[in-house]
Design a protein around this ligand. Structure first.
Ligand SMILES: Nc1nc2c(ncn2[C@@H]2O[C@H](COP(=O)(O)OP(=O)(O)O)[C@@H](O)[C@H]2O)c(=O)[nH]1
Ligand SMILES: [Mg+2]
Length: 234
């Protein structure tokens, strides 16, 4: 198994990022994708010798896309940089990709502590997985950690640059006939810092809004379109 570049979207994760970098297994190389941290996150990553990608455009999807473009390995991973998901799950996910011939391996969060997953985030997840099922994508989470082949991911032509990105990825993958495998991953409290998305009702509402917009823009079997405006999230 060759090296796997791991995109870490970061917005003010200076407190949590070291936990994630320390937990990266051998053979996994971090690519920090930052667009606007003011807490020293990119400086910390650079000081640790990590490749840092600076993206001018705001938004989770903009950061992930820029990070993906900077990766250089055949297989790549994307995982949150807040320490809520353990990178130790990655080797088994990559092995599944290689061994089972699927196109995408995604994680499904299983809370490892009480109160780690607020009710509004669970509710939105339930609604979104229902919407995905209607589109023929049988997953139960919105892929907070994912492993796939780099070029295939780029070829999907995902256009959302905000929080709709993960949902659009799944819908496009389904429309392209990708085989998707979902595996349980432990969901822990973030290692430090503050939630930008599901930690507040406001963040969840924003995410659901971005995702339903992404859904509306992505009809069944739609070919890739030009990138369109994700909503800046801060
Ligand atoms: N670069 C970048 N990363 C982001 C942005 N929004 C969220 N993230 C990162 O995406 C991951 C998930 O965000 P988080 O705040 O943990 O959302 P939550 O898990 O729903 O509370 C974390 O690594 C964040 O730093 C953004 O606008 N830009
Ligand atoms: Mg989080």
């Amino acid at each position: 198994m060759g090296t796997v570049d791991v995109v870490l979207p970061c917005l003010d994760e200076v407190d949590a990022l070291p936990t994630v970098l320390d937990a990266l297994p051998d053979g996994f190389a971090a690519v920090v994708a930052d667009n606007g941290s003011t807490d020293g996150t990119p400086e910390l990553a650079a000081a640790r010798g990590v490749l840092v990608v600076h993206e001018a455009r705001k938004g989770y999807g903009a950061a992930v896309h820029a990070g993906l473009e900077a990766t250089r390995t055949e297989v790549v991973a994307v995982i949150d940089a807040d320490g809520s998901l353990d990178p130790a799950a990655l080797p088994a996910m990559v092995a599944l990709l290689h061994d089972t011939g699927v196109d995408l391996v995604v994680g499904r969060r299983v809370p490892a502590a009480r109160g780690v997953w607020p009710w509004h985030a669970r509710l939105s997840n339930l609604v979104l997985s229902g919407l995905m099922r209607v589109r023929g994508v049988g997953v139960r989470d919105i892929a907070p950690v994912r492993v796939a082949r780099r070029q295939a991911l780029l070829d999907l032509g995902i256009t959302d640059r905000a929080f709709g990105y993960p949902l659009e990825l799944l819908i496009r993958a389904g429309a392209a006939g990708w085989r998707i495998r979902e595996v349980d991953v432990a969901y822990r409290p973030r290692a430090g810092g503050r939630s930008k998305v599901s930690g507040s009702v406001r963040g969840t509402v924003r995410a659901v809004r971005d995702m339903t917009r992404a859904l509306a823009r992505t009809p069944h079997g739609a070919p890739p379109a030009e990138p369109t405006g994700g909503t800046p999230n801060r």
